[in-house]
Design a binder for this molecule. Structure first.
Ligand SMILES: [Zn+2]
Length: 133
């Protein structure tokens, strides 16, 4: 777990601190007022960051169990185990969501379109404020 307190940092600040390379790709340097962002971005270790405006949620892939096909919650395609993964998203102190997504997120997001992405965002955000003990 990180030591960041979401209230003190905007999600973009978090993204910049945790994943500076990704941040630079997304927003560039010296661009204080980027347009409202909505999208999933590969970060590190197979994780994905869902960014919507100044909100950010991290999707952590879980080890696959079983052999059933997966149903992508974003583009709604049926995927094999090698094409999709189950991701865990912590949305609150005691609340976790599980989302199945294609591993190849770019074409997945194209299939889903902005509406699919905003539906996914609506399932994740707003995050509960989380405070560490
Ligand atoms: Zn998909």
């Amino acid at each position: 777990m990180s030591e960041f307190r979401p209230k003190d940092h905007s999600a973009r600040d978090l993204l910049r601190e945790l994943f500076p390379d990704t941040y630079r790709e997304l927003f560039g340097e010296g661009q204080p007022q980027a347009p409202l962002t909505l999208g999933l971005y590969p970060v590190a270790d197979g994780r994905l960051a869902l960014v919507h405006g100044d909100q950010l949620a991290e999707f952590t892939p879980l080890d696959p169990k079983g052999k059933n096909a997966l149903h992508c919650d974003l583009c709604h395609y049926t995927r094999s185990r090698s094409e999709a993964a189950l991701y865990r998203v912590v949305v609150g102190a005691r609340r976790t969501r599980y989302v199945t997504l294609c591993l190849d997120t770019e074409p997945c997001q194209k299939r889903a379109g902005p509406r699919g992405l905003s539906q996914l965002s609506g399932r994740i955000f707003p995050l509960e404020p989380m405070y560490l003990d």
